[in-house]
Design a protein around this ligand. Structure first.
Ligand code: GLN
Length: 315
């Protein structure tokens, strides 16, 4: 599964160059403000980290700054759910791109409460409701345990930001509406448990370094190459990563595929997680977002890195 990696000095040089390119674009974006607590983050922060499947790690800039996972959490909740209960979550969800904003209600209403994919909010809320446990607390404990076992770290490495959680719980009316539509169609059993779990998983914190580390199993067929622990089956991993390629970057998935060419998942906190199968993972973090809600700096940096290190899966 391991593919050829560039030499360490070349990876670090490419990362430093990509970091400068990304950082220089941060002034063109704006932080998300629809979750009030996110509006307080400094838009000039910018960090990026790489982990390779043979255990090397590289970083530049604010790679140890702590931020909330937001939509990047959706990759891990899907992994945790399919690891626990197989494909049952897909009985009420398809795997197609939505073509609408990640919080859109339109298609969910038209399609009888069946989300288009697990990386839009509706699909992620459904997925959260499938996490093992009865209560939101139990489900979040399981989610953080999954992060811990994927990263080889402790659950304490992934604390929940109470401030961001509260901020989203107070203002997440659309997410509640999505959950109510799914409840109406009997797709989820309990709106409160589903949205509480979802809000908390979005508020789990990490750094670019820990995010790249935690994701390494995605670049290695579902098994952490450093601890040898299998998180998900190779077939499931293939699906989780393929969905990142088709639905991980909202309405910029096409241009991201052309400019970067790596399955990726972005978040409104400014993270972009990218997977180079068989080689490495990259986590960029820059809270200044472009018009589609993706980190401007992280996307530019990923483009530069993918080109210089010849990482695109479409080459
Ligand atoms: N918690 C955010 C929301 O539900 C996550 C969205 C995102 O990162 N795109 O709106």
């Amino acid at each position: 599964m391991t593919r050829t990696l560039p030499a360490a000095a070349e990876i670090q040089a490419a990362l430093d160059e990509a970091w400068r390119i990304g950082r220089d674009r941060c002034g063109d974006g704006r932080v998300a403000d629809y979750i009030p607590e996110l509006a307080r983050v400094d838009p000039s922060l910018f960090g990026i980290a790489i982990h390779t499947v043979d255990g090397q790690c590289f970083s530049a800039g604010d790679a140890d700054y702590r931020f909330t996972l937001q939509s990047a959490s959706k990759v891990f909740s899907l992994s945790a759910v399919v690891a626990d209960s197989g494909e049952t979550v897909f009985e009420h969800m398809s795997v197609e791109p939505s073509g609408d904003a990640f919080f859109s209600i339109v298609k969910l209403e038209e399609e009888k409460g069946q989300p288009r994919n697990p990386y839009i909010n509706a699909g992620a809320i459904l997925t959260s409701s499938h996490l093992p446990g009865e209560t939101a607390d139990q489900k979040i404990r399981h989610f953080r345990t999954f992060l811990a076992s994927a990263s080889g770290m402790d659950r304490d490495a992934f604390p929940v930001s109470e401030a961001v959680y509260r901020s989203e719980a107070d203002t997440g009316h659309r997410n509640r509406a999505l959950a109510e539509i799914m409840r109406h169609h009997k797709v989820i059993p309990d709106v409160e448990v589903a949205v509480e779990t979802y809000f908390r998983q979005c508020a789990v914190t990490c750094t670019a370094e820990s995010l790249a580390r935690t994701s390494l199993y995605l670049a290695n067929g579902g098994k952490d190459p450093l601890t040898g622990k299998r998180l998900i089956t190779p077939a499931t991993n293939h699906g989780v990563v393929a969905l990142m390629a088709t639905s991980g970057m909202y309405d910029e998935v096409g241009s991201h595929a052309i400019e970067v060419g790596l399955p990726s998942k972005s978040s409104v906190s400014g993270a972009v997680l990218a997977v180079a199968p068989g080689r490495l993972t990259i986590a960029g973090f820059g809270p200044a977002l472009g018009p589609m809600g993706n980190s401007i700096g992280a996307m530019k940096a990923l483009g530069a890195l993918a080109e210089r290190l010849e990482l695109s899966v479409y080459r």
